[in-house]
Ligand binder design. Structure first.
Ligand code: AMP
Ligand code: ZN
Length: 421
């Protein structure tokens, strides 16, 4: 079986076929560095890491690009409030983001371009859109004219009649109800950072950065674009319009979007006091990999509800696995030839099951079940003194393979807080 992915462009699971054999260009929308990443953001980054690891497991050389949004409405507002320069303000949160990434075993991307260092690429792109009359200039900036781009709305399935042709939205974030011409460039305002451009000093809108930076590093057409579902509209829709509008070439082949994390059944919000970050989980005794295990327990296309109880259950389940794997390392049993043959068969079966699970649109909950079954089997054999060192080693080798995708550090047997029974 080949890798199948749910593609939001067609709203179907499709076999994955890369543009050039053996390689994948993957663009994942990164953080807006105006605050610490919350556990919802982290769920999305873990899902993207699983996507990337699965592609690698399937034999592809993956080039992942993840942007850092270090200039937009939110970062400018944040810097102003803190009294810091935009640069100092955003660099602090960028560093914090990289710390979280490392601790969650998220593999580093090939490139982490920052918006402020690619403004000239965005200016060039906007100039092309102006020349092609897909954009127009007003007193407060440059806007994309959605009425001039026929496929607008195809990805998010916003109907033409819902689109407010001729209505302009200046905000970086807006809803379907406001869908209209969106800002590519915002004319300079007093006290705001600005760059020079042929169409006047100002700063880029949010959407243009992802078009400019993805195409700069991955080319005008690339394989996969990922993010959280909230980005489907307007962000990814606008990216398609900008990129395809400028190059005349198809932009991205597969849009893969992860569902949100909820907290106690609700959207995370400052007003509800339920916006958690990794440090908050640690204060209550759960580490980054406990959270990762918790996230892997749900398919990326189903909303996941965070509760302290569910996190505790994930922590206990991971501890149990780690303990069992520790025991496997100290196997001293003797096995017959029949036992050895059976072990080989069980491992081969597990490997097939594991692969077909992950290749079926990243069915990680199923893959985790396969892992747990294999460990359960090995434990039972071990308990009866029938697990030889060679069988034990083969088991651990299989687990190590699985961990290339899961990224749970399964073979690093730690001193666990939970006592061994
Ligand atoms: P932001 O830093 O707001 O640009 O968001 C970074 C990433 O986190 C984007 O891919 C969002 O789609 C994603 N995201 C935001 N909120 C949540 C949430 N509650 N659950 C999962 N992903 C989220
Ligand atoms: Zn983006």
């Amino acid at each position: 079986m080949a890798l199948n992915l749910y593609n939001y462009l067609t709203r179907r699971k499709e076999p994955f076929r890369p543009l050039s054999e053996g390689r994948v260009g993957l663009y994942t929308c990164g953080p807006t560095v105006y605050n610490y990443a919350h556990i919802g953001n982290l769920r999305t980054y873990i899902f993207e890491d699983i996507l990337r690891r699965t592609l690698a497991f399937s034999g592809y050389a993956v080039r992942q690009v993840m942007n850092l949004t270090d200039v937009d409405d939110k970062t400018i507002r944040g810097a102003k409030h803190s009294g810091k320069t935009l640069r100092a303000f955003t660099e602090f949160y960028a560093r914090e983001f990289f710390k979280d990434v490392r601790r969650l075993n998220i593999l580093p991307a090939w490139k982490y371009p920052r918006a402020t260092r690619h403004v000239q690429d965005m200016v060039r792109l906007i100039s092309i859109l102006l020349k092609r009359r897909l954009a127009y200039q007003t007193r407060d900036g440059v806007y994309f004219d959605i009425s001039r781009f026929r496929p607008y709305g195809k990805l998010s399935r916003v109907k033409t009649r819902e689109l407010k042709v001729g209505v302009r939205v200046a905000a970086d974030e807006y809803s379907k109800a406001e869908a209209g011409d969106f800002a590519l460039w915002k004319a300079q305002k007093p006290g705001e950072p600005s760059w020079s451009a042929p169409f006047g000093r100002g700063r880029p809108g949010w959407h243009i950065e992802c078009s400019a930076m993805s195409m700069k590093y991955l080319g005008p057409s690339f394989d996969i674009h990922a993010g959280g579902v909230d980005l489907l509209f307007p962000h990814h829709e606008d990216e398609i319009a900008q990129s395809q509008g400028a190059t005349g070439k198809p932009f991205v082949r597969y849009f893969v979007e992860g569902e949100h994390l909820l907290v106690d059944g609700k959207k995370m919000a400052k007003s509800l006091g339920n916006v958690y970050r990794l440090a908050d989980l640690e204060k209550k005794g759960s580490g980054p990999l406990d959270f990762r295990y918790f996230v892997l327990g749900a398919h990326y296309r189903t909303p996941l509800n965070f509760t302290w109880k569910a996190l505790g259950a994930a922590r206990a389940a991971r501890a149990k696995i780690m303990t069992a794997l520790g025991d496997l390392k100290t196997h001293k049993g003797k096995s017959s030839l029949a036992d050895e043959n059976e072990v080989l068969k069980v491992i081969a079966y597990s490997e097939r099951q594991f692969r077909s699970a992950i290749e079926d649109d990243l069915n990680i909950p199923k893959a985790l079940a396969v892992l747990n079954e294999l460990i359960h089997y090995a434990n039972a054999l071990n308990a009866r003194g029938r697990l030889s060192s060679s069988s034990g080693r083969m088991m651990l080798a299989a687990v190590k393979e699985f961990d290339r995708v899961l990224g749970l550090d399964l073979l690093r047997v730690e001193k666990l807080a939970i006592p061994k029974r």
